[in-house]
Ligand binder design. Structure first.
Ligand code: ZN
Length: 173
């Protein structure tokens, strides 16, 4: 009886897991289909194989830049970077943001109200059941973060970036 009950319990648990998986499947299929739905896949000036990216980047950088991961808030040393200078792509070194456009968004991620010209490209991202605008590097396609419309003037935009996706270069004194 004991083992029968355990069996019933475990199969109920498996059924619940299957049901959960089934609920998620349509969403992830929609996510996978999304980048192709709107426009043809982008091509980038800087390209590497997945294996090369793994060698070029730290595992944490790889997770953000190549897997669209998100670093934990308040973990990036770049949150506290207030010098004059430029934030560049950690994947290809393209300059992305000038320090003068950085502001404290109190989100725990480095935030900017505007990127440099020809630095980033955006696309709609439907993951996690919300529609957000994903931001990636124009030159290598590395995922940087998202942009929201609740930023300060003059643009009203908030580029919410992963510090792991960027390197800071101080301005020459
Ligand atoms: Zn890049």
């Amino acid at each position: 009886m004991q083992s029968r009950r355990r069996f019933l319990f475990s199969s109920a648990a498996s059924l619940a897991a299957l049901a959960a998986a089934a609920r998620w499947r349509p969403l992830s299929t929609a996510q996978a289909a999304q980048p192709v739905a709107g426009k043809p896949a982008e091509s980038f000036e800087v390209t590497h194989t997945d294996q090369q990216w793994r060698q070029l980047l730290s595992p944490a950088q790889y997770d953000v830049l190549r897997q669209e991961g998100t670093e934990r808030p308040y973990t990036s040393p770049l949150n506290d970077e207030h010098r004059k200078g430029t934030f560049g792509c950690a994947g290809c070194r393209l300059d992305l943001f000038a320090a003068r456009t950085k502001f404290d968004s109190h989100t725990g991620w480095p935030s900017f109200y505007a990127p440099l010209d020809h630095a980033v490209v955006t696309r709609e991202d439907g993951s996690f059941g919300m529609t957000r605008t994903e931001v990636h590097c124009r030159r290598c396609g590395g995922h940087l973060g998202h942009v929201f419309d609740d930023g300060p003037q003059p643009t009203g935009l908030r580029y919410c970036m992963n510090g792991l996706a960027m390197n800071f270069t101080p301005a020459a004194a």
